[in-house]
Design a protein around this ligand. Structure first.
Ligand SMILES: [Zn+2]
Length: 372
């Protein structure tokens, strides 16, 4: 007994010393050389991601080097737009999928909270992040498209919510009819609606409006949701895998022409031009760092070439999440997929004399990004 006590004590002490050593000398030891590399499991980008093994143990969060100070997220990932709140919920972070689900909430005249839940891919991770009031408040579940890492948790979420209250009524909004017969078992509680372009729903006594914008390309059933609130001119757009901060989704079921129409017409024409700076982008994944890497390598390769990109890059140097921070106007300033006619973008794809169609430029940009 005594002997074992000493052996265990000695092992624990050694482990603590090793851990302390690694923690203190992390920067020197892991200065870009020792990185853990693995393939993302997400179906959307399938990119090789690099993570500094010990990075997560430290929190080097300072805002000294941000020239134009941008509001940093509260740790809870909550953002307010007047009386509307948006809670960003990380899902599949451990698998490299880096997905987001979102809870959009407002209060009705009786003082009750009502919410829309976007893309509940992993019910367990969502339930963990929401308190009882938030769970009770969910009236609508909306999917940006059918991929499992966005819509795969619908059934589990519905089952859980009906388990809390068997009389509750839910609406499930999807881009295309679900083939999941298991959901039709709950037809007493769940009303299924296929999002029609331009239609909308309202919650919280019509104080919050959710508009459907169909953007076929990544999948043919891709839908973006524009959410506005009467109290404020700031609005939010939930773009799934159609638009990312600094990038766009793969063209799994569409063409460059369709992506051009989706992000450069549908997503920029539904509000007046001067309102685009008020539309904050909430994408389906946190791919910003990888998108910046691509733009720096292949398009705007030096700081000073694109001020908006410089600002985004500085933001990501000290923040892990960019969702809800940048607007559609910001995207038009740094996202090459939204700058198809910029001579620098044209030159980068090999079209120096600007003779290609927009669709050709879009297709080439996507090929370049895929090959990174
Ligand atoms: Zn997808």
């Amino acid at each position: 007994m005594h002997k074992w006590y000493h052996i265990i004590k000695s092992i624990v002490t050694k482990l603590l010393i090793i851990f302390l050593f690694l923690y203190l000398f992390e920067d020197a030891l892991f200065s870009g050389k020792w990185k853990l590399t693995y393939i993302s499991e997400g179906v959307d980008e399938l990119e090789v991601k690099e993570f500094n093994i010990l990075k997560s143990f430290k929190s080097p969060r300072t805002i000294d080097n941000l020239p134009n100070q941008i509001d940093l997220y509260e740790p809870s990932m909550l953002k307010s737009f007047g009386n509307m709140t948006i809670k960003s919920i990380k899902m599949r972070w451990n698998t490299g999928g880096v997905n987001y689900s979102y809870l959009i909430s407002g209060t009705n005249k009786q003082g009750d909270v009502e919410s829309v839940l976007i893309d509940p891919a992993e019910a367990n991770e969502i339930i963990e992040e929401l308190n009882n009031e938030e769970l009770q408040s969910i009236q609508v579940i909306a999917n940006t498209h059918h991929h499992y890492d966005h819509a795969g948790g619908n059934l589990a979420m519905i089952k859980y919510l009906i388990g809390l209250d068997s009389t509750r009524q839910l609406k499930l909004i999807v881009g295309s009819e679900t083939k999941d017969s298991a959901i039709s078992k709950y037809s007493k509680n769940v009303k299924l609606e296929v999002a029609k372009d331009g239609d909308s729903i309202a919650i919280a006594d019509s104080s919050i409006d959710v508009k459907f914008i169909r953007t076929p390309c990544h999948t043919q059933d891709s839908v973006c949701y524009h959410v506005s609130n009467k109290d404020t001119k700031d609005t939010a757009i939930f773009t799934g895998d159609t638009l990312f901060t600094g990038g766009c989704g793969r063209f799994f079921e569409g063409t460059g022409q369709e992506m051009d129409a989706a992000i450069n017409k549908k997503l920029t024409n539904f509000v007046p031009r001067d309102s685009l700076k008020h539309v904050k982008v909430f994408p389906g994944h946190e791919y910003t760092n990888s998108n910046i890497k691509f733009i720096r390598k292949r398009i705007y390769d030096k700081p000073g070439m694109n001020d908006a990109l410089d600002k985004l890059e500085r933001y990501m140097e000290i923040n892990e999440c960019s969702t809800g921070i940048f607007s559609l106007k910001d995207e038009m300033d740094y996202n090459p997929f939204m700058r198809i006619d910029d001579p620098i973008v044209r030159t980068a794809v090999g079209d120096k004399d600007a003779s290609w169609t927009r669709a050709q430029v879009m297709d080439k940009l996507r090929i370049m990004k895929n090959s990174m």
